[in-house]
Each structure stands twice: as structure tokens, then as C-alpha cells.
Design a protein around this ligand. Sequence first.
Ligand SMILES: Nc1ncnc2c1ncn2[C@@H]1O[C@H](COP(=O)(O)OP(=O)(O)O)[C@@H](O)[C@H]1O
Ligand SMILES: [Mg+2]
Length: 232
Amino acid sequence: MKTNSEIIKLDKISKDYKLGKTVVTALKNISVTVRKGEFLAIVGPSGSGKSTTLNIIGCLEEPSSGTVTFDGKNLTGLSSNELADIRASKMGFIFQTFNLLPVLNIFENVEYPLHLRGMGKAERFERVTKVIKEVGLERFTKHKPAELSGGQRQRVAIARALVGSPDVILADEPTANLDMQTGEEILAQMKELNKTLGVTFIFSTHDQSIMDKAQRIIELRDGELRDGGLIK
Ligand SMILES: Nc1ncnc2c1ncn2[C@@H]1O[C@H](COP(=O)(O)OP(=O)(O)O)[C@@H](O)[C@H]1O
Ligand SMILES: [Mg+2]
């Protein structure tokens, strides 16, 4: 994959939430450019706008103003079907609480997004087997999530995010529910995949040891980018 070209551009993004008569401003005039192959951390205290930023990049929420460009395409004004297509084909998601389906085994959890795409069985098998190997869980394909540790569950979530060959993986505090050592292992795994596969990673954290490992850090305070986002 060509690196250094732009994959995501947020241009003067603001986001307000209306709660009855009051308005909560979650983001104020955020501009960020992310290049292909970056390993980028969004940091800041609770309530600073990290999740909102990731949700806007992931087309899960619409900005109140400003534009989002993804791979050269302006996402403003696209229909929810068009946004869902972009999400399914270009993006992978990892959540703080893993969000695995408890009744499905590990293989089936990773396979799930491919079902949603209507992919045939042979290709599903090939892809799922490959990514499960990449995260080192070959021995656990028949296990249910409840039989795995937190770190192993997050590896399943990484495999599920990877299985569709996304351009970008968005991870909202992926280490927040893990002990420090496991969190660092998960981050090391993400970094390795970033290096070997060239997948762009954007993740949020407020854990210093995790942010130290990022290639670039942008810092949010009360919905604003600190120092124009050029912390590292
Ligand atoms: N759905 C929502 N409705 C109202 N306010 C929200 C909503 N989501 C987030 N906010 C507010 O926006 C601000 C930023 O939230 P968030 O992006 O979740 O921050 P972080 O992820 O850094 O903790 C906070 O003040 C939060 O209370
Ligand atoms: Mg958050």
C-alpha cells in the first residue's frame, strides 16, 4: 500500500449534542489529516471528545458542521446506506468492551462481518483462518468468548476488525478493560499488524504507557485540539 498519502481528513469539525434546552459541545473546530499506514493515538481526559471523534471518522455519527473526507471522497451528505457500505468495506472497529457475540464461537465471531457482506463459504473460511492465525488464536476457534481471557477476547476483536481487509481500524480505548501488561501486548499486536499489513490504526487511550508507543499523538481538551494536534 502506498504510504504517506491522505486517507482521512477532518476539516473544521464541530459536534453539538442538544439535551433539552442545553447544548453540549463535544468538538470544536477540529482539523486533522491522517495518512495511510499511520499508527495514531487520540488522547485526552474523559469527556474530551475522543469517542465522538472516532465515531465521526467511522461514520457512526454525523458532525454538526465541517467535512469528513475518506480516501478522497467527501462523506458529507451521503445516505445512510452509502455510509454503511463504506463502513463495511473500508473500516474495522475495536471496542473497549470487546463486543463479541456470546453464543457464537471464536471462528463464528470473526466470520460474522463477512456474512453481512454476503461472502461465500470458501472465501470466508480462508480469510477467518488467516486472521485468527495472525492474532495467534488458532487453538481457540471452537471456544466461546466466555472461555477466554480479556486479552484473548480483544485479540478476537482485532481479528474480526481485520477480516474484511479494511483500510483503517478504529479502536476506542481498546486497552481500558485490560491489565497493564495485557494492554501493552494488545497494543504491540496492533502495531505489528500496522507494520506488516500497512493497515492504518487510529485508537484512543488515556494510558500513558500506551500512548508512548504511538507513532503520532493528537491531544484533545474540552473538544479542542491542543497545540493544533502536533504533540508528537
Ligand atoms: N450522545 C450524547 N449526547 C449528549 N452528550 C454527549 C453524547 N456523546 C457525548 N456527549 C458529550 O460530549 C462530550 C465528549 O464526549 P466523548 O466524545 O464521549 O468523550 P471521551 O470519549 O473523550 O470521554 C462529553 O461532554 C459528553 O458528555
Ligand atoms: Mg470515550
